[in-house]
Write a protein that binds this ligand. Structure first.
Ligand SMILES: [Zn+2]
Length: 63
């Protein structure tokens, strides 16, 4: 079964790709992140998205 879940970076509903608990990074964003250097115009946005995701996962994994 294919799960459709919101990408935490671009906020689109997308096929589950890189899942951390209940957050997802879509394939497109994942590839962007891999290729990105810090001078890229999307870098800041992507970095913030990942930070949000990590923060969220820390919150939910707390006992
Ligand atoms: Zn995305």
């Amino acid at each position: 079964m294919i799960r459709i879940i919101e990408c935490c970076v671009c906020k689109r509903m997308t096929r589950a790709n890189l899942l951390l608990r209940d957050t997802n990074i879509c394939l497109e964003c994942e590839q962007k992140i891999m290729k990105l250097d810090s001078s890229h115009e999307d870098y800041f946005e992507l970095k913030e998205g990942i930070k949000r995701m990590l923060r969220y996962n820390q919150l939910v994994s707390r006992p």
